[in-house]
Ligand binder design. Structure first.
Ligand SMILES: Nc1ncnc2c1ncn2[C@@H]1O[C@H](COP(=O)(O)OP(=O)(O)OP(=O)(O)O)[C@@H](O)[C@H]1O
Ligand SMILES: [Mg+2]
Length: 222
């Protein structure tokens, strides 16, 4: 079914403040410099529907979302995202870089919220339509450091989103979830020590992308 997939799919994962968006931008810039057609996208929020869902998820108006409601909104976001953005871009031969994908569902809704992992595996497969990244970069750091960065970025005055307001314990569970998923998928997921300076992290990521031959077909570098 996916044998006609011409492009390259890369995802970034990790807890709040681990540096995903920073490293997505640096990698996209590096690949574009080499002439690659790069599509940068994210979950939730990679489509017009996704923007609405992202607001519902991160700025809920009333009571906190029930975990099952949160899960189903995330999955609706993904179903639309794959059909509208990811699949067409890959079929055109682009390099697609997604800031979060299926592993965030496992880590947050599974390890964080306690929803059964087998159910999430089925739902992840259902919503992704079988599109799985060739490479996933997991930016790993202690939850306390990630939250410190995220809160600092946001500024003291601004409010925190529902995930940022969660306990340190919640974020440590999510971190552990990511690490367990990585250990179960060592060919796809690379664990990156995200406590280091951003340029050092970027260089490691470029080396990994190159070693996997994922720089895109238009690259003429020898
Ligand atoms: N290697 C690094 N060392 C120190 N600070 C960093 C590093 N990388 C990013 N930062 C800073 O930490 C903050 C969070 O980074 P970033 O927004 O890239 O994380 P994120 O994983 O996308 O977070 P979120 O999940 O909340 O979107 C930003 O202020 C960013 O400038
Ligand atoms: Mg981000």
């Amino acid at each position: 079914m996916l044998s006609d997939m011409a492009g390259v799919f890369i995802s970034f994962e990790g807890i709040e403040g681990s540096g995903k968006s920073t490293q997505v931008a640096l990698l996209a810039e590096a690949l574009r410099r080499q002439g690659g057609a790069v599509v940068v996208t994210r979950e939730p929020g990679g489509t017009a529907l996704g923007q609405v869902l992202r607001r519902l998820l991160l700025e809920p108006a009333g009571a906190p979302l029930a975990p099952k409601a949160e899960l189903l909104l995330m999955l609706a976001d993904r179903a639309q995202h794959v059909q509208e953005v990811i699949a067409p871009a890959l079929q055109k031969g682009s390099i697609v870089i997604s800031d979060r994908f299926v592993d965030s569902t496992t880590a947050y809704q599974g390890y964080g919220r306690g929803i059964a992992l087998e159910l999430l595996a089925q739902l992840n497969h259902f919503t992704s339509g079988g599109y799985l990244p060739a490479l996933t970069l997991l930016l790993d750091l202690p939850a306390a450091e990630g939250l410190r960065r995220a809160r600092q970025r946001r500024g003291e005055a601004a409010g925190l989103d529902p995930f940022e307001r969660e306990s340190l314990e919640f974020h440590e569970r999510v971190r552990r979830g990511f690490l367990e998923v990585a250990r179960a998928n060592p060919m796809r997921i690379y664990i990156i020590d995200a406590t280091r300076p951003r340029e050092e992290i970027h260089q490691e990521i470029v080396t990994i992308v190159r070693s996997k031959g994922l720089e895109g077909s238009s690259s003429t570098a020898s």
